[in-house]
Ligand binder design. Structure first.
Ligand code: PEP
Ligand code: MG
Length: 891
């Protein structure tokens, strides 16, 4: 018989897969002897069973009863006891933290009778009724699917009638009336009365938690966080401790260090006389930990002690949820806490300095995705601006966008290509889609531990929370300060998530200090004085020592090359020579294609040669002493020739107006007509063009080698590699190689220099990967072009897919992320693996690199390490990210 239930004292933190993060860490706290209310965990296995069978496993009821009986024995109280009822919390908790995405039901066990017992026992009828109305509200919404607004309206009315603004001020009588109304709502909406049997409440709450695994917002969250959909959630049944019992009671959330900046010292929010969800929901403005020290000194000291122990035990920043019941502290949750990118770097190196972890472990505590965030721009320090309000610095960064009060408005702005700032009184999990699509989030209520703050940090969105001066009126579409309207929907707002400031209008942004420190734009001593910058430098050095793969950049100009080098690039993995023909020089490609005969073509090529030579001199000079892979021309012709329809229309219009026909344009039209392709990305590109226009690759080869010779004669050390694109057959290579090698040998002869140059090919078509053993007979090296390889493996147009059906595919879970952004390891990646293996079966020393976009994608780099590539090449900006990830992959 499968065991689906574990008492807290039976588990450990290693069992996250089975018990979920919350259950595993509760168990761990029990092992550490910390004050955890007795309870048990229903495993994720039970949830997975529920998902496949549509019902709970049969043995679950008996196992829950038995575990419940153990809790009752431990506490000497019983569920449903009318004199001294035991209450339980039923809480979700999956392997990966999904804050606020799934359901929780508190105060299970209350009914019309036990609520009286609770009132007598606690001596507070008000407290008992408040607990009961919370149960009705949560159970109604979560288990019975009743519209939450119906309950909220009743509560609002009750407050209005009493003339108060907070729930705490409602009396026992007010709450008794609210309870009556809530029960009526449940009866009206479901056709059944609220179940009085505590066991039935417990059973239904457990099922509701299972169900909440597939709630739409949970699915959206898993899609963005790339969490598999089949893990399921565990359910924790925990005896209730009551933070809303009296004024010696409280609930709070705390971090062992500041999760926004990483600064040393505990950080947290709490509320007196409240239950846990009040703190994160931002319903009342919270108080900060130092106030707890004044109000409840003994509790504060114990909490600090526990938090220190947890941090030493987990050797990382932890967050905790705690409740104080009549002066006694209870721990309800802990986990290794989420943090901003900035905090991640600072905490990792601080823990090294504190002797808690070593440098290599520190490297595992940060990610390339986090580093990417630190490379984002900030508001320019000297830009004129006036803060119109200030809130909490909840999630760093600088965001500028138009005010949107709802997710729908955010999405509309996004469709129009505008960035949005989502402005809410407080966010709830249903706002997730809007939060994802916005540039930044502003709330007027709630602190740094509120839902908005936690989710924003997880998503890497800038957020300012608790801007108390703002009265956010979503219905009127206005933000007011006092009676004055300070902003309306659609107005531009700038928010600084690192300071909490809010500015009207668009404030200019400037590059990040991390980038500037890496490129040497700020004095190294000044830079190192910045703790964050110093942490990043230090961990990049650790990564550089650890990594096997080299990091190169894709760069087409001397400026890009210099920038890449400053950011740590060890060479260039891809110079796209067609980029040298964009802009003014575009007509040269046109001329080349239009050339009527060999003589004309020769003339065009001759005119191109000196320009190309100068291009290469610039790049090779900037990368002196490091490898530069120049890819010979690969222009999808539609990017260089006029559009057939546009040109035809233009000429037809001219004719209609009686304008004499331009002979050149006629010639162009004829050529465009001749060369027009339905699928230009699959057309006359790369080596195919070279074989159609003899002399083209020869000219480029000459330009490259003459540039190298010139630099060599200046005493420099140019290192070039020549690369042939879009090859699918070894015969193509065999046809083109003689043209390239003949020119190379000729330039060596002419200059009397040994300009040893390797000549390789790109692997960017499935056939090339499959025939890599043959290609390696001709090629000195391979570079995987995963952009085209993804396009041709999936059959998705790389230019269109992300604007088209991709969103449908993502929403339906067919794709978790764009395969053009993160390598599809199972399909495209398999071809990379095959290409690498087959290539090396011919030439064991074959040098392998990747120059598609994936070379700089933090989620793809480890894969390239594991298939044995020698280097990744990415855009200059992502070089530090690639260095870090290549280091992490090698640990
Ligand atoms: C590729 O296809 O991955 C590649 C690097 O070449 P391009 O993006 O220029 O087609
Ligand atoms: Mg390509």
């Amino acid at each position: 018989m499968t065991t689906y239930v574990q008492m807290f004292q039976q588990g450990s933190k290693e069992q996250k897969g089975l018990l979920g993060g919350k259950g595993a860490n509760l168990a761990e706290m029990v092992r550490l002897g910390l004050p955890v209310p007795p309870g048990f965990t229903i495993t994720t296995e039970a949830c997975r069973w529920y998902m496949t069978h549509g019902s709970a496993p049969q043995e679950l009821t008996a196992q829950v009863d038995e575990a419940m009986a153990r809790v009752e024995r431990e506490l000497g109280r019983r569920l449903g006891d009318v004199e001294d009822p035991l209450l339980v919390a039923v809480r979700s908790g999956s392997k990966m933290s999904m804050p606020g995405m799934m359901e929780t039901v508190l105060n299970v066990g209350l009914n019309d009778e036990t609520v009286q017992g609770l009132a007598r026992k606690s001596g507070s009828p008000r407290f008992a009724m408040d607990s009961y109305r919370r149960l009705l509200q949560m159970y109604g919404r979560t288990v019975l699917d009743v519209d939450a607004a119906l309950f909220e309206d009743v509560l609002e009315e009750a407050k209005k009638e009493r003339g108060v603004s907070s729930d705490v001020e409602l009396t026992a009588e007010d709450l008794t009336a609210v309870v009556g109304r809530f029960q009526q709502i449940i009866l009206e909406q479901t056709g059944y009365p609220f179940p009085q049997d505590p066991r039935e409440q417990l059973r239904a709450s457990i099922i509701a938690v299972f169900e909440s695994w597939n709630a739409p917002r949970a699915v959206v969250y898993r899609n963005t966080e790339r969490i598999p959909h089949d893990l399921g959630t565990a359910v924790n049944v925990c005896s209730m401790v009551l933070g809303n019992l009296d004024d010696d009671s409280a609930s709070g959330v705390a971090f062992t260090r500041d999760p926004a900046t990483g600064a040393i010292g505990a950080y947290g929010d709490f509320l007196v006389n409240a239950q846990g969800e009040d703190v994160v929901a931002g319903i009342r403005n919270t108080r900060s930990l130092p106030e707890l020290e004044q109000l409840m000194p003994a509790v504060y000291t114990e909490l600090m002690d526990i938090m220190h122990r947890l941090e030493m035990h987990y050797r990382d920043l932890c967050d905790v949820e705690f409740t104080v019941e009549s002066g006694k502290l209870w721990m309800l949750q802990t986990r290794v806490g989420k943090r901003t990118a900035e905090a991640a770097f600072r905490i990792a190196t601080t823990l090294v300095d504190e002797g808690v972890i070593d440098e290599r472990e520190a490297l595992t505590r940060v990610t390339g995705a986090q580093l990417t965030r630190l490379l984002f721009p900030r508001f320019a320090a000297d830009a004129p601006r006036e803060a119109i309000a200030r809130g909490m610095d909840a999630s760093p960064g600088a965001a500028v966008g138009r005010i949107a009060f709802t997710t729908a408005e955010v999405l509309r702005l996004q469709r129009d290509g505008e960035s949005a700032i989502l402005v809410r009184r407080e966010t709830n999990p249903d706002d997730l889609e809007g939060m994802i699509a916005s540039a930044g989030i502003l709330t007027s209520r709630g602190g740094r531990t509120s839902h908005a703050a936690v989710v924003a940090r997880g998503l890497g969105r800038t957020a300012v929370c608790g801007v108390e001066a703002f009265d956010v009126d979503e219905n009127a579409g206005e933000i007011r300060v006092g009676d004055e309207v300070v902003a309306r929907a659609g107005d531009i707002l700038s928010i600084d998530g690192s300071t909490g400031e809010v500015f009207a209008g668009a404030v200019p942004v400037e590059p990040s200090a991390v980038v500037q420190s890496l490129t040497g734009e700020i004095d190294p001593d000044v830079a190192e004085a910045d703790e964050l910058v110093a942490s990043v430098h230090r961990l990049l050095e650790v990564a550089d020592r650890a990594r096997r793969m080299r990091v190169r950049a894709n760069a087409d100009t001397p400026e890009d090359a210099a920038r890449a080098r400053a950011l740590g690039a060890e060479g260039i993995g891809l110079v796209r020579t067609e980029h040298m023909f964009l802009g003014d020089r575009r007509h040269l490609v046109e001329d080349l294609v239009l050339a009527a005969d060999e003589f004309e073509r020769g003339q065009v090529l001759d005119s191109l040669l000196p320009m190309q030579r100068e291009d290469f001199v610039g790049i090779l000079r900037a990368m002196d002493g490091r490898s530069v892979t120049v890819r010979l021309l690969d222009p999808p012709l539609h990017e260089f020739l006029p559009d057939l329809t546009e040109l035809s229309v233009k000429l037809a219009r001219q004719e209609a107006q009686g304008v004499e026909r331009d002979a050149h344009e006629e010639k162009v039209l004829a050529a465009v007509r001749r060369l027009h392709e339905q699928n230009p990305m699959l057309g006359l590109r790369g080596v195919r063009l070279a074989l159609t226009i003899p002399g083209l690759y020869g000219m480029q080869t000459r330009a490259i080698l003459e540039a190298a010779a010139k630099l060599r004669s200046e005493g420099l050390d140019p290192r070039v590699e020549i690369m042939i694109p879009l090859v699918s057959s070894v015969r193509e290579l065999r046809e083109i190689m003689p043209e390239v090698t003949a020119v190379r040998d000729a330039v060596c002869r002419e200059t009397g220099m040994d300009l040893a140059t390797s000549i390789g090919t790109m692997i960017e078509l499935p056939r090339a990967a499959l025939r890599a053993d043959e290609l390696a007979q001709e090629a000195d090296f391979f570079s995987f072009g995963t952009n085209d390889l993804t396009q041709t493996t999936w059959g998705f147009s790389r230019d269109d897919v992300e604007a088209g059906f991709f969103f449908t595919y993502r929403d339906r879970g067919i794709l978790l992320s764009s395969p053009f952004e993160t390598l599809d390891q199972f399909g495209v990646g398999e071809l990379v693996r095959i290409g690498a293996e087959r290539g090396r079966s011919t030439k064991p020393e074959l040098k392998l690199g990747i120059c598609g976009e994936h070379g700089g994608d933090p989620a793809s780099i480890a894969f390239f390490h594991h298939v044995g590539l020698d280097y990744v090449s990415c855009s200059p900006f992502r070089v530090p990210v690639a260095r870090l990830e290549a280091g992490r992959a090698a640990l």
